[in-house]
Design a protein around this ligand. Structure first.
Ligand SMILES: [Zn+2]
Length: 235
């Protein structure tokens, strides 16, 4: 058994030069002769590393159309008009926006993705409210909650994408956004149920979130402490 003098790779007896670094093999005990069969293929098989996301998205959309069509036709045949199938079709539309749409859109367009998801979720909730006959909860509760979720997601993405901001400051702001979302959630539910805002449980969540946010800001401003923590976490 012999090894390349340059890179140390193990050489088959038939090698004229190292298959890895191309250093010529000079072995006085085993002069080179053309082997009948090479120990490795002549050319490298190129494995495609880029997955065609758009093709996958087209295929997934096509698969989604099958249950949608089946549900719609069976509803039309059984009831002569569209009834329960609207729920399923709406849910499929939301599933398209949530799961398949990111593959159609470029990854660099998170705001468009969030906006479309907020819109599709709001439309679906409006459909459910309209179909169930009690539309009042949609404008008073469902729509503001959806908007709150969409806006907070957009602000969080905006903060996380700011390249100049230190990482822990971003985490700190996201904690504050989460606290604000919980306060907004409780306010909207209070307004819907009692007509007035009395924050209780969201305050219990707000205090630890605000404390965590402050801790992250402090750590970011103490380089030695930050370094120590990262070392202990093996990061
Ligand atoms: Zn070599």
């Amino acid at each position: 058994m012999s090894y390349c003098v340059h890179c140390g790779v193990e050489l088959a007896p038939s090698e004229e030069s190292c298959p890895l670094c191309k250093t010529p093999v000079l072995d006085p005990n085993q002069p080179w002769s053309e082997p009948e069969e090479r120990p490795y293929p002549e050319r490298l098989e190129v494995v495609p590393t880029k997955i065609d996301h758009r093709y996958g998205a087209k295929l997934a959309s096509l698969f989604l159309l099958i249950p949608m069509a089946a549900v719609l036709f069976s509803d039309l045949i059984l009831d002569q008009h569209m009834t329960w199938s609207a729920y399923v079709l709406g849910a499929c539309g939301c599933a398209f926006c949530w799961v398949i749409l990111p593959f159609w859109l470029n990854v660099e367009r998170p705001y468009l993705y969030i906006a479309l998801n907020t819109l599709s979720s709001a439309l679906y909730l409006a459909l459910v409210a309209w179909m169930s006959g009690g539309f009042a909860w949609f404008p008073a509760l469902a729509l503001p909650l959806t908007m709150l979720a969409g806006c907070s997601a957009m602000i969080s993405v905006y903060v996380c994408r700011r390249s100049r901001m230190p990482a822990l400051d971003k985490v700190s702001i996201v904690f504050l956004i989460a606290a604000a979302v919980l306060a907004g959630l409780e306010s909207l539910i209070d307004l819907w149920i009692d007509g007035e805002v009395r924050l209780v449980w969201s305050l219990y969540a707000l205090l630890p979130l605000a404390a965590l946010s402050a801790v992250f800001r402090i750590i970011e401003r103490r380089p030695k402490l930050k370094e120590n923590i990262l070392k202990r976490l093996f990061l």
